[in-house]
Design a protein around this ligand. Structure first.
Ligand code: HEC
Length: 126
């Protein structure tokens, strides 16, 4: 990926973030505190997150987060707010780039958080 493409991606991501900001932050005073709106241990939400992960994330993070091109997400102990932040804003690591997923509703992003959290509690982790 060329630098020009990266810059264009960055710029459009900013525009998207700006457009999404009012609904995402509610009062506008707590931009860094995403509201956790679902029960992250609810099996129905975890199942939705699992499906969404398979469709959008496994390409880079492997089936069920086992790792692949990028980080393994199984058997990790993540802070839910950190997960929501990374999913919403994306992440750059060296020359690698994870796109933001802020086109998913807050609820859909929290379902992904619930699913990834569940990957830290698999039998195979202990
Ligand atoms: C184009 C590849 C790509 C896709 C698709 C992708 N990611 Fe990532 N993800 C990355 C990269 C690159 C990183 C930075 C860390 C690394 O180098 O592995 C990362 C990091 C993360 C992290 C932080 C891991 C840590 O150790 O702090 C989480 C959580 C994550 N991704 C979740 C997701 C979710 C959920 C999706 C789908 C909605 C997704 N990713 C889709 C490439 C991707």
């Amino acid at each position: 990926m060329t630098r020009i493409t990266m810059t264009a991606l960055g710029a459009s991501a900013c525009l998207l973030l700006a457009a999404a900001a009012p609904s995402a932050i509610g009062t506008g005073t707590q931009a860094t505190q995403p509201v956790q709106m679902i029960d992250l241990t609810d099996p129905a939400h975890i199942e939705n997150g699992k499906l969404r992960f398979a469709q959008n994330c496994s390409y880079c993070h492997g089936a069920e987060g086992i790792g692949g091109k990028h980080k393994k997400l199984q058997c990790r102990d993540f802070d839910p707010d950190y997960l929501f932040d990374v999913i919403s804003n994306g992440l750059e690591s060296g020359s690698y780039f994870m796109p933001p997923w802020d086109h998913f509703s807050d609820e859909k992003r929290w379902e992904l958080v619930g699913y990834i959290s569940s990957l830290g509690l698999l039998d195979s982790c202990s």
